[in-house]
Ligand binder design. Structure first.
Ligand SMILES: Nc1nc2c(ncn2[C@@H]2O[C@H](COP(=O)(O)OP(=O)(O)O)[C@@H](O)[C@H]2O)c(=O)[nH]1
Ligand SMILES: [Mg+2]
Length: 308
């Protein structure tokens, strides 16, 4: 996966957000000075761009401490300072995804999230990426709630060229997970990707099910799961945050996958997600292709949002 084409995909996926952003920020500095009034206007726009109150306050505080002096192009100066501040805020809670080389085998990743956020698609994309990096990948269909969910994972697996461990619809997810781990061990699998059903009809039920899955995994492999990734749909904006809080209460989340950034003008929500949850974003989804799932890199992301 070559770096520059990766970046252009990210940029093209963030087109709506970038245009929205440029329009908002451009308007602020026309005929304005660097003063409380322009900072207030910026604060309003950051909130409107879904950065959330906490992150916005942090950014405004960072900016308030700096005076641009006699900058010739005030808009440009303010924009580059805002860029720097955003990278700073994002990096403060970022750790790079634990990708290759993986130290243990099988490397176990559990995917959580409510229906429709993009879990299965993300698993397929990641499976394809690991596979093209020469890793042996196995999928586990632990979303047993609907038959269609199992079939969808199977269809993806076929396209990507990996196997799936599955049971019948309605089966106990933990039993599928158990079989998945056994199969991974006996087949010398490098990466085991576990798809779950993230239905939230009661929190107690969710907690119980996630606990059970976790218990089975760590009983079979004491250091696992190595990652528990919560998948969130960027187009749901602040609602995604609410879902995330419920999952975070239910279980340990090691990272976030933010999908469908290509479908929203509010890509800035990534800042509020990290800031509010204090859980690092590991991957971003910016389209339907396999290459449209990318490890999250704060400075690249911010550059893609600002760059014309
Ligand atoms: N545009 C876009 N669509 C996505 C992305 N990720 C997932 N999707 C779509 O979101 C829909 C739901 O995805 P799915 O993987 O079935 O969600 P699940 O219910 O969480 O397993 C599908 O139509 C996917 O193609 C993304 O990054 N960009
Ligand atoms: Mg699914």
């Amino acid at each position: 996966m070559e770096g520059s084409s990766f970046f252009s995909r990210l940029k093209s996926g963030l087109t709506k957000s970038r245009e929205n952003w440029a329009q908002k920020m451009g308007a602020i500095f026309q005929n304005r000075h660097w003063d409380e009034e322009s900072l207030d206007a910026m604060e309003e726009n950051l909130i409107a761009a879904d950065l959330g109150p906490k992150a916005t306050q942090k950014l405004i505080d960072l900016l308030r401490r700096q005076s641009p002096g006699g900058a010739e192009d005030l808009a440009q100066e303010m924009s580059s300072r805002l860029q720097q501040a955003m990278v700073e805020v994002l990096q403060a809670s970022t750790t790079p995804p634990k990708t290759l080389p993986l130290s243990v085998r099988p490397w176990v990743i559990v995917f959580l999230g409510v229906n429709g956020v993009g879990k299965t698609t993300t698993i397929a994309k990641l499976a394809a990426q690991y596979r093209s990096a020469g890793k042996k990948v196995l999928l586990v269909a632990a979303d047993t709630f609907r038959a269609a969910a199992i079939e969808q994972l199977e269809a993806w697996a076929k396209r990507v060229g990996v196997d799936v461990i599955k049971h019948r619809a309605g089966a106990d997810p933990s039993a599928v997970v158990y079989d998945g781990i056994q199969a991974a061990k006996s087949r010398g699998i490098d990466v085991l990707l576990i798809d779950t059903a993230g239905r939230l009809h009661t929190k107690v039920h969710l907690i119980e099910e996630l606990k059970k899955i976790r218990r089975v995994i760590s009983r079979e492999q004491p250091d696992a799961p190595h990652e528990t990734l919560l998948v969130l749909d960027a187009t749901t904006g602040q609602n995604g945050l609410q879902q995330a809080r419920v999952f975070k209460e239910a279980t340990d989340i090691s990272g976030i996958v933010l999908t469908k950034l290509d479908g929203t003008a509010k890509g800035g929500v990534i800042v509020s997600i990290q800031e509010e949850l204090r859980v690092p974003v590991r991957y971003v989804g910016v389209g339907e292709d396999v290459e449209d799932l990318q490890p999250f890199d704060a400075s690249q992301f911010v550059r893609a949002l600002f760059e014309k």
